[in-house]
Design a protein around this ligand. Structure first.
Ligand code: NDP
Ligand code: MG
Length: 380
């Protein structure tokens, strides 16, 4: 029986992780969760899965839940998430929280020797060097949940890193893949949230539309697979059937295919190196799909991808600025305070004015993250 602590249990990845636990009760037990402010979902999770520890974002919500579930151990805020992350009985931490708030709990869980299944890409973008250093130091596996990275991880089983020519990440192109830049000026939040292939949380759906999601994933791949940016490329693939590929020196390319269903990579991270039947998923029929399409990536059309490569290669605190500016700008777009293209402009401004600090520690990263968010807010 694998015991699971799940951060972000009420989100898109969180709910799908619960689906897998529900489908394999013989294999998994949920022992701790963290959530934000969706108390209705938290109540349902407590009743159905009976976790031993629960953390929510706000003190007032913690107090409400405590009166409803007097016997349950409940925490809140940053210390609550950390408590969930290092929960004693948990073997594995599924980090599906949104944003760089996931960084500190991840580091704590690594120090506590927990295996990490990471969906929370912002953590790897903002401080990949700290996470990977700590993982090596504490001999803790970091298992990818993001579909592209899971695909690469699967393609690399039994292979040697020295034989890799390049990683090829596939990108669906998001909600506006067939529109020109001029056609993006007046797009609405509702249009941007309408992803053609995947149903995901709001922030990552906007990141897909700006192509920042792929940019964050390039940096995520750099850290997870310890490869230079020159060996990480992106190709547009509108069907999202090939989830990513690895090309080797002998020109062979190994890909992982599947329907666009996040439960597959989530489950693989939970069962690795084993596999289990999918609880409910439909199987891929290539004959039914008939054709797959690929297109070269256009860095002028998708400027955020270029920002991410540049920030990743610059290193130091630059990816922290990229991520924090993006989180703040996307939140402002979702609240209707800025236009879609202003997301890019705000990020670009922050990147331009930042002076890199090399090899930043946790405190420096948190400081730069906060400063950048404030700076973006002051411009809105
Ligand atoms: P959602 O917005 O659907 O869920 C986010 C979760 O985090 C919710 O449980 C939310 O709580 C919680 N949360 C948000 N802010 C805070 C906070 N300040 N403190 C505590 N909890 C908080 O996001 P997704 O599930 O889509 O994405 C989660 C992560 O997984 C992201 O890093 C994303 O990039 C990554 N990812 C997602 C994929 C997907 O298909 N959705 C695919 C690949 C990666 P509540 O709702 O209760 O307020
Ligand atoms: Mg992805």
């Amino acid at each position: 029986m694998k015991k699971i602590s799940l951060l972000g249990a009420t989100g898109s990845i969180g709910i799908q992780t619960l689906d897998i636990i529900r489908g394999h009760r013989e294999a998994f037990q949920l022992v701790a969760i963290s959530a934000g402010r969706n108390l209705d979902s938290v109540r349902k999770i407590i009743i159905e899965f009976k976790p031993e520890f629960v953390s929510v974002q706000e003190k007032v919500d913690c107090e409400t839940l405590q009166t409803e579930f007097p016997g349950l151990s409940i925490g809140y805020g940053p210390s609550g998430i950390e408590e969930a992350a290092v929960y004693d009985k948990a073997d594995i931490l599924v980090n599906a929280v949104l944003g760089s708030v996931g960084l500190s709990p991840t580091l704590k869980a690594i120090q506590a020797g927990k295996t990490i299944a990471i969906a929370n890409k912002e953590t790897l973008v903002t401080a990949g060097h700290l996470v990977m250093e700590a993982a090596i130091q504490h001999n803790v596996p970091i298992l990818p949940v993001d579909s592209e990275h899971s695909a690469i991880f699967q393609a690399l089983q039994g292979e040697q890193a020295k034989n890799i020519e390049q990683l090829i990440l596939t990108a669906s192109g998001g909600s506006f893949r067939d529109r020109k830049r001029e056609e993006l000026k007046n797009v609405t939040v509702r249009e941007a949230l309408n992803h053609p292939n995947w149903s995901m949380g709001a922030k990552i759906t906007i990141d897909s539309a700006t192509m920042m999601n792929k940019g964050l994933e390039v940096i995520e791949a750099h850290w997870l697979f310890s490869l230079p940016y020159e060996k990480i490329s992106v190709v547009l693939h509108k069907e999202s059937i090939i989830h990513s590929m690895v090309e080797f020196h002998d020109t062979s390319i190994i890909a992982q295919l599947g329907t666009p269903d996040m439960r597959v990579p989530i489950q693989y991270a939970l069962t690795y190196p084993d596999r289990m039947p999918h609880p409910t998923g439909s199987r891929l029929s290539l004959a039914q799909i008939g054709k797959l399409h690929f297109r070269e990536m256009d860095f002028d059309r998708f400027r955020c991808l270029k920002f991410a490569y540049d920030a990743g290669m610059a290193g130091g605190t630059m990816p922290t600025v990229l991520n924090a500016a993006n989180e703040a700008a996307v939140a402002a777009f979702l609240e209707g305070k800025i236009t879609f293209l202003q997301i890019e402009d705000l990020i670009e401004r922050e990147l331009h004015k930042h002076t890199i600090i090399t090899n930043p520690d946790l405190e420096t990263i948190q400081e730069i993250d906060e400063q950048t968010r404030k700076s973006v807010l002051s411009l809105i």
